[in-house]
Design a protein around this ligand. Structure first.
Ligand code: C2E
Ligand code: CA
Ligand code: CA
Length: 271
């Protein structure tokens, strides 16, 4: 038993030290401006045309190595540093958006992920209003993606922030829908515009009947509530055709487009 205890202690200590080291590196990355946006286009399921893109954060180190968000966002969330990183990141996105409008007369719909930690930041709403006004951005072009699990854990607080964001004019999408036991009541009581059906269901949609039934159900009930549905993680033509048949509004996934860096995105969709 003691052996196990000591092993756990050593392992815990090791994890703490690795995390601390990572925290330092992340702080440095913030100062050196190493957090960059990748863009994944999504399409209208009927006409298969590009209608907007999700912005996905990457940490690009000085040696050009690209680190995916799952490896660092949880650490940033744990020490709440995500608040500063995300605010700077969103500012960068809004300025890009403005640049595309001014320079190329292109208005691109963008979806931006917002961390649960950010939603509990009392400055967040003020900052968003200020940034949007500074850049003179039509707010209904921007959709904030908020993960369902957070919303369900903090329904009242989440509803309040979401209502205020909507009042400011932004759109709201409920991300990873279906994973956090959200119910019809939640959909009805939350001020959302879009339901983003979690990839896990899409992955199995042609494999098991249950996934298909769940997706069909989510799409039907969203339609009745005038909410748009996005299906993410669509990797094959068969999945796309099935989702189109089920009535999904928007499709996102490797089948149509992978997340790509800024330069490539500008070449493909803006210039
Ligand atoms: P998410 O918001 O659910 O984003 C979708 C993830 O699925 C992305 O991973 C995307 O690259 C990936 N994906 C898209 N299409 C497909 C597909 O067809 N097949 C498969 N297998 N995967 C697909 P990514 O970019 O690694 O992001 C992972 C998560 O990190 C995101 O999940 C989101 O929760 C978080 N994240 C990314 N950027 C930000 C950000 O700026 N702020 C915050 N707070 N979180 C972010
Ligand atoms: Ca998302
Ligand atoms: Ca998602």
């Amino acid at each position: 038993l003691w052996g196990i205890f000591i092993f756990c202690l050593v392992a815990f200590n090791y994890t703490m030290r690795v995390d601390l080291k990572l925290e330092e590196l992340l702080y440095e990355a913030f100062v050196k401006d190493e957090f960059h946006p990748f863009f994944q286009a999504y399409v209208d399921s009927e006409i298969k045309e590009f209608i907007g893109a999700e912005v996905l954060m990457r940490w690009i180190k000085s040696d050009e190595k690209v680190i995916p968000p799952n490896l660092f966002i949880p650490v940033l969330e744990r020490n709440r540093f995500i608040i500063e990183v995300e605010l700077k990141f969103i500012k960068k996105i809004f300025s890009l958006f403005k640049f595309w409008q001014d320079e190329y007369k292109k208005t691109i719909k963008l979806s931006i992920n917002v961390s649960a930690v950010q939603l509990s930041n009392p400055r967040f709403l003020e900052e968003m209003e200020k940034i949007a006004n500074d850049f003179k951005i039509e707010k209904n072009i921007i959709t904030f993606e908020i993960t369902e699990s957070y919303v369900i854990e903090n329904v009242e607080a989440a509803a309040e922030t979401m209502t205020k964001l909507k009042k400011l004019g932004f759109n709201i999408s409920l991300d990873d829908f279906g994973t956090g036991y959200a119910t019809l009541t939640h959909l009805k009581s939350l001020p959302i515009d879009v339901v983003k059906i979690d990839m896990a269901f899409i992955k199995n949609i042609l494999v098991d009947d249950k996934s298909e039934i769940i997706v069909q159900h989510i799409i039907n009930m969203s339609k009745k509530m005038n909410l748009k549905t996005i299906c993410e993680g669509v990797e094959t033509e068969e999945q796309y055709l099935k989702l189109k048949e089920l009535g999904a509004d928007i499709i996102q996934g490797f089948y149509f487009a992978k997340p790509i860096p800024l330069g490539e995105f500008e070449e493909d969709y803006i210039i």
